[in-house]
Design a protein. Sequence first.
Length: 216
Amino acid sequence: MSAEIAPNAVVYPGTIIGDGCEILDGAVVGKQPTLSPRSTAKQEDLPPLELGPGTIVSTGAIVFAGTRIGARVIVGDQACVRERCEIGDDVVVGRGALVENDTTIGTLTKIQAMAYITAYSTLEDNVFVAPCVQTANDNFMGRTEKRHELRRGPTIRRGARVGAGAVLCPGVEIGEEAFVGAGAVVVEDVAPRVVVVGNPARVLRDVPPDELLEEG
Protein backbone atom coordinates (compact mmCIF):
# COMPACT_ATOMS: atom_id res chain seq x y z
CA MET A 1 0.00 0.00 0.00
CA SER A 2 1.34 3.43 -0.88
CA ALA A 3 0.62 6.98 0.30
CA GLU A 4 -1.55 9.52 -1.48
CA ILE A 5 0.11 12.92 -1.84
CA ALA A 6 -1.66 15.83 -3.53
CA PRO A 7 0.30 17.49 -6.36
CA ASN A 8 0.38 20.83 -4.53
CA ALA A 9 1.32 19.43 -1.11
CA VAL A 10 4.86 20.12 0.16
CA VAL A 11 6.80 17.17 1.57
CA TYR A 12 10.21 18.08 2.94
CA PRO A 13 13.12 15.71 2.26
CA GLY A 14 13.52 12.82 4.67
CA THR A 15 9.92 12.83 5.88
CA ILE A 16 8.86 9.29 6.80
CA ILE A 17 5.38 8.55 5.47
CA GLY A 18 3.59 5.35 6.48
CA ASP A 19 1.47 3.14 4.25
CA GLY A 20 -1.95 4.50 3.44
CA CYS A 21 -1.21 8.07 4.51
CA GLU A 22 -2.98 10.92 2.75
CA ILE A 23 -1.40 14.35 2.43
CA LEU A 24 -4.03 16.60 0.94
CA ASP A 25 -4.11 19.85 -1.04
CA GLY A 26 -1.75 22.53 0.20
CA ALA A 27 -0.54 20.57 3.23
CA VAL A 28 3.07 21.01 4.36
CA VAL A 29 4.83 18.17 6.17
CA GLY A 30 8.33 17.90 7.59
CA LYS A 31 8.94 21.65 7.78
CA GLN A 32 11.84 22.87 9.92
CA PRO A 33 10.73 25.72 12.23
CA THR A 34 11.74 29.32 11.60
CA LEU A 35 12.27 30.85 15.03
CA SER A 36 12.80 34.37 16.27
CA PRO A 37 16.19 35.00 17.94
CA ARG A 38 14.18 35.66 21.12
CA SER A 39 12.11 32.49 20.91
CA THR A 40 12.08 30.27 24.00
CA ALA A 41 11.76 27.16 21.82
CA LYS A 42 14.89 25.05 21.41
CA GLN A 43 16.78 25.95 18.25
CA GLU A 44 18.27 22.87 16.62
CA ASP A 45 18.27 20.82 13.44
CA LEU A 46 15.44 18.37 13.86
CA PRO A 47 15.13 14.76 12.72
CA PRO A 48 12.57 13.99 10.02
CA LEU A 49 8.85 13.99 10.70
CA GLU A 50 7.35 10.50 11.06
CA LEU A 51 3.75 9.87 9.99
CA GLY A 52 2.27 6.52 11.02
CA PRO A 53 0.24 4.34 8.67
CA GLY A 54 -3.19 5.58 7.67
CA THR A 55 -2.63 9.12 8.94
CA ILE A 56 -4.33 11.99 7.11
CA VAL A 57 -2.85 15.49 6.93
CA SER A 58 -5.76 17.53 5.64
CA THR A 59 -5.98 20.56 3.35
CA GLY A 60 -3.69 23.39 4.36
CA ALA A 61 -2.41 21.67 7.50
CA ILE A 62 1.23 21.96 8.61
CA VAL A 63 3.19 19.34 10.55
CA PHE A 64 6.75 20.16 11.55
CA ALA A 65 9.93 18.10 11.57
CA GLY A 66 11.02 16.41 14.77
CA THR A 67 7.50 15.18 15.52
CA ARG A 68 6.26 11.60 15.56
CA ILE A 69 2.64 10.87 14.76
CA GLY A 70 1.04 7.47 15.22
CA ALA A 71 -1.34 5.47 13.10
CA ARG A 72 -4.71 6.65 11.79
CA VAL A 73 -4.32 10.20 13.08
CA ILE A 74 -6.28 13.00 11.44
CA VAL A 75 -4.75 16.47 11.32
CA GLY A 76 -7.67 18.64 10.21
CA ASP A 77 -7.85 21.39 7.62
CA GLN A 78 -5.55 24.31 8.47
CA ALA A 79 -4.43 22.67 11.71
CA CYS A 80 -0.80 22.81 12.82
CA VAL A 81 1.39 20.45 14.85
CA ARG A 82 4.73 21.90 15.85
CA GLU A 83 8.14 20.30 16.41
CA ARG A 84 9.12 17.63 18.97
CA CYS A 85 5.55 16.48 19.56
CA GLU A 86 4.63 12.85 20.24
CA ILE A 87 1.12 11.94 19.12
CA GLY A 88 -0.38 8.49 19.69
CA ASP A 89 -2.63 6.39 17.50
CA ASP A 90 -6.17 7.39 16.50
CA VAL A 91 -5.86 11.03 17.58
CA VAL A 92 -7.93 13.80 15.98
CA VAL A 93 -6.55 17.34 15.73
CA GLY A 94 -9.50 19.40 14.55
CA ARG A 95 -9.78 22.14 11.96
CA GLY A 96 -7.60 25.13 12.76
CA ALA A 97 -6.32 23.66 16.03
CA LEU A 98 -2.71 24.35 17.03
CA VAL A 99 -0.53 21.92 18.98
CA GLU A 100 2.62 23.71 20.04
CA ASN A 101 6.11 22.25 20.40
CA ASP A 102 7.23 19.62 22.94
CA THR A 103 3.72 18.33 23.61
CA THR A 104 2.67 14.72 24.18
CA ILE A 105 -0.77 13.44 23.22
CA GLY A 106 -2.03 9.95 24.02
CA THR A 107 -4.08 7.54 21.94
CA LEU A 108 -7.73 8.17 21.07
CA THR A 109 -7.57 11.81 22.17
CA LYS A 110 -9.75 14.33 20.33
CA ILE A 111 -8.82 18.00 20.01
CA GLN A 112 -11.65 19.93 18.44
CA ALA A 113 -11.66 22.92 16.06
CA MET A 114 -9.68 26.04 16.94
CA ALA A 115 -8.33 24.68 20.23
CA TYR A 116 -4.89 25.90 21.32
CA ILE A 117 -2.59 23.42 23.05
CA THR A 118 0.42 25.32 24.37
CA ALA A 119 4.02 24.08 24.37
CA TYR A 120 5.15 21.63 27.07
CA SER A 121 1.67 20.17 27.60
CA THR A 122 0.70 16.55 28.25
CA LEU A 123 -2.62 15.02 27.21
CA GLU A 124 -3.06 11.37 28.13
CA ASP A 125 -5.24 8.74 26.42
CA ASN A 126 -8.92 9.32 25.66
CA VAL A 127 -8.87 13.03 26.45
CA PHE A 128 -11.54 15.26 24.89
CA VAL A 129 -10.77 18.94 24.23
CA ALA A 130 -13.76 20.90 22.94
CA PRO A 131 -13.65 23.74 20.40
CA CYS A 132 -11.81 26.95 21.25
CA VAL A 133 -10.21 25.67 24.47
CA GLN A 134 -7.18 27.77 25.37
CA THR A 135 -4.14 26.69 27.37
CA ALA A 136 -1.17 28.64 28.75
CA ASN A 137 2.34 27.84 29.99
CA ASP A 138 3.83 31.13 31.25
CA ASN A 139 2.52 32.88 34.36
CA PHE A 140 4.86 35.80 33.72
CA MET A 141 3.81 36.42 30.10
CA GLY A 142 7.32 36.89 28.79
CA ARG A 143 8.81 38.91 31.65
CA THR A 144 11.52 37.96 34.19
CA GLU A 145 14.11 35.27 33.64
CA LYS A 146 12.73 32.95 36.29
CA ARG A 147 9.82 32.14 33.99
CA HIS A 148 12.03 29.81 31.95
CA GLU A 149 12.42 27.18 34.66
CA LEU A 150 8.73 27.42 35.59
CA ARG A 151 7.27 27.29 32.08
CA ARG A 152 4.94 24.32 31.78
CA GLY A 153 1.65 23.66 30.06
CA PRO A 154 -1.31 21.80 31.56
CA THR A 155 -1.40 18.07 32.16
CA ILE A 156 -4.73 16.48 31.24
CA ARG A 157 -5.05 12.96 32.60
CA ARG A 158 -6.70 9.92 31.02
CA GLY A 159 -10.32 10.33 30.03
CA ALA A 160 -10.66 13.95 31.16
CA ARG A 161 -12.97 16.26 29.21
CA VAL A 162 -12.57 20.01 28.74
CA GLY A 163 -15.61 21.99 27.58
CA ALA A 164 -15.88 24.62 24.87
CA GLY A 165 -13.99 27.85 25.45
CA ALA A 166 -12.44 26.76 28.76
CA VAL A 167 -9.08 28.24 29.81
CA LEU A 168 -6.41 26.10 31.48
CA CYS A 169 -3.73 28.16 33.22
CA PRO A 170 -0.02 27.21 33.30
CA GLY A 171 0.95 23.98 35.01
CA VAL A 172 -2.53 22.90 36.15
CA GLU A 173 -3.40 19.22 36.26
CA ILE A 174 -6.83 18.01 35.20
CA GLY A 175 -7.40 14.73 37.00
CA GLU A 176 -8.37 11.43 35.42
CA GLU A 177 -11.94 11.50 34.02
CA ALA A 178 -12.55 15.02 35.35
CA PHE A 179 -15.00 17.29 33.50
CA VAL A 180 -14.25 20.99 32.97
CA GLY A 181 -17.40 22.90 32.06
CA ALA A 182 -17.68 25.25 29.10
CA GLY A 183 -16.07 28.63 29.70
CA ALA A 184 -14.43 27.61 32.99
CA VAL A 185 -11.11 29.21 33.98
CA VAL A 186 -8.95 26.60 35.70
CA VAL A 187 -6.34 28.21 37.97
CA GLU A 188 -5.50 25.21 40.16
CA ASP A 189 -5.45 21.43 39.92
CA VAL A 190 -8.72 19.56 39.38
CA ALA A 191 -9.25 16.29 41.25
CA PRO A 192 -10.12 13.11 39.36
CA ARG A 193 -13.75 12.41 38.43
CA VAL A 194 -15.24 15.75 39.45
CA VAL A 195 -17.11 18.40 37.46
CA VAL A 196 -15.78 21.96 37.74
CA VAL A 197 -17.42 25.13 36.43
CA GLY A 198 -17.02 28.89 36.63
CA ASN A 199 -14.29 31.53 36.94
CA PRO A 200 -12.29 30.56 38.87
CA ALA A 201 -13.33 26.95 38.40
CA ARG A 202 -14.95 25.32 41.44
CA VAL A 203 -16.23 21.79 42.08
CA LEU A 204 -19.90 21.37 41.24
CA ARG A 205 -20.38 17.62 41.70
CA ASP A 206 -18.89 14.23 40.89
CA VAL A 207 -18.87 12.84 37.36
CA PRO A 208 -21.78 10.35 37.08
CA PRO A 209 -20.65 6.71 37.15
CA ASP A 210 -22.28 6.00 33.78
CA GLU A 211 -19.99 8.57 32.12
CA LEU A 212 -16.76 6.94 33.30
CA LEU A 213 -14.62 4.91 30.90
CA GLU A 214 -14.31 1.21 31.43
CA GLU A 215 -11.03 0.24 33.05
CA GLY A 216 -8.37 -1.22 30.81
